[in-house]
Design a protein around this ligand. Structure first.
Ligand SMILES: *Cc1c(COP(=O)(O)O)cnc(C)c1O
Length: 345
């Protein structure tokens, strides 16, 4: 049976995605850009995004969980997939070896588990100050580290999106680690780190957010284009009179006669409460202010600026990430990663 057209749609601008990767690769100087594709490419979909990144020239793909390997491996060789959380249990090692994906080793325990399980090539995360995952620099002389076959030695910046003295401190600490461990290449910068300058790039950079249109630092604003475009259909239009209340708890009350539209967009689609009142959808150049609360699967907009809008028409959901984040105080990471599965049907 033919599935009817949805009332909510996500369009991935594949040209913008490829251009973003190329821009970040170019900003990485002599280093090559990889791609963080964890969390289903930050909500935009592995099947839509990974082939584009591969065809643009990317050859290293980072996921967080072992459960994410299979979907990415449909599009790229599995030895190009790195698993950031590493092997937490013996069964992760058992899975890793036949899968061909490469763990990022984050602790001496993980190092021992990987080697004793017969693991070979791996990456090593060293902690230079984020205190999240990674082997302490003081432990790099441990025999468990010496036993590893390390491809990429990496660390992760905690404050790259700010002008913090922490950035230079982490850079120095990372440089001090390099002679202590045998490795084939080195990697420090995420999206924001790439904008800190080429000395942060080493051999491989690891952009995520900026690939998908995020702008964590102003230096990237001119180079990064919007990738995700979301449109939602008007399910119904209504004529209100003065005193009529809108949506759950009637938080908006019409001051006079007005026309509203009820739109197919809600929490399950990733449209959070903080994106409600004070924000707008749009049609063409017209802003359509949101009225009252998000009502589960629907929002209600003021159609005063757009008398031509009818049931079934498509409205644009703001997804220019830096602007939408400023407007709603939802972070750019959240705006993407909470996108619901109905958008990718
Ligand atoms: C998620 C992640 C990245 C990508 O970070 P962005 O800020 O999204 O560019 C890079 N490296 C590691 C270790 C990560 O966990």
């Amino acid at each position: 049976m033919h599935r009817p057209e949805p009332t909510l749609r996500l369009r991935i601008d594949r040209d913008a995605l490829a251009a973003n990767w190329r821009a970040l690769d170019a900003m990485s100087g002599a280093a090559k850009a990889g791609a963080a594709v964890k969390a289903n490419c930050y909500g935009l979909g592995v099947d839509a995004c990974v082939p584009v990144l591969r065809d643009a020239g990317c050859t290293v793909f980072f996921v967080a969980h072992w459960s994410e390997v299979e979907a990415v491996a449909r599009h790229v060789p599995s030895d190009q997939i790195a698993v950031l959380h590493g092997p937490l249990r013996g069964e992760d090692v058992d899975f890793a070896k036949p899968s061909g994906a490469v763990p990022v080793i984050n602790s001496l325990e993980q190092a021992r588990r990987w080697v004793s399980g017969g693991g070979q090539r791996c990456h090593l995360m060293v902690d230079t100050g984020i205190n999240r995952l990674g082997v302490s620099p003081n432990d790099l002389g441990d025999p468990a580290v010496a036993a590893l076959d390390i491809d990429v030695l990496m660390s992760h910046l905690a404050n790259a999106d700010e002008d913090s003295p922490m950035n230079a401190r982490q850079l120095d600490r990372f440089r001090e680690c390099l002679p202590l461990v045998a490795h084939r290449s080195a990697s420090l910068a995420n999206s924001a780190g790439i904008a800190l300058g080429e000395e942060y790039a080493f051999d491989l950079t690891r952009p995520g957010l900026a690939l998908y249109g995020g702008v964590p630092r102003s230096e990237l604003a001119e180079k990064i284009g919007q990738v995700a475009h979301i449109e939602a259909a008007v399910l119904q239009t209504r004529q209100l009179s003065a005193g009529d209340a809108v949506g759950y708890n009637g938080e908006y009350v019409a001051q006079g006669p007005m026309r509203t539209g009820t739109v197919s967009l809600g929490y399950a689609d990733g449209f959070l409460r903080a994106r409600g009142p004070g924000n707008s959808l749009s049609v063409g150049d017209h802003a359509l202010p949101l009225l009252g609360k998000v009502s589960m699967d629907m929002v209600i907009v003021d159609l005063s600026n757009a008398p031509e809008v009818r049931e079934g028409d498509w409205l644009q959901v703001p997804m220019h990430l830096p602007d939408a984040a400023r407007q709603s105080s939802v972070s750019q990471y959240e705006l993407l990663t909470v996108l619901g599965s109905r958008l990718r049907l």
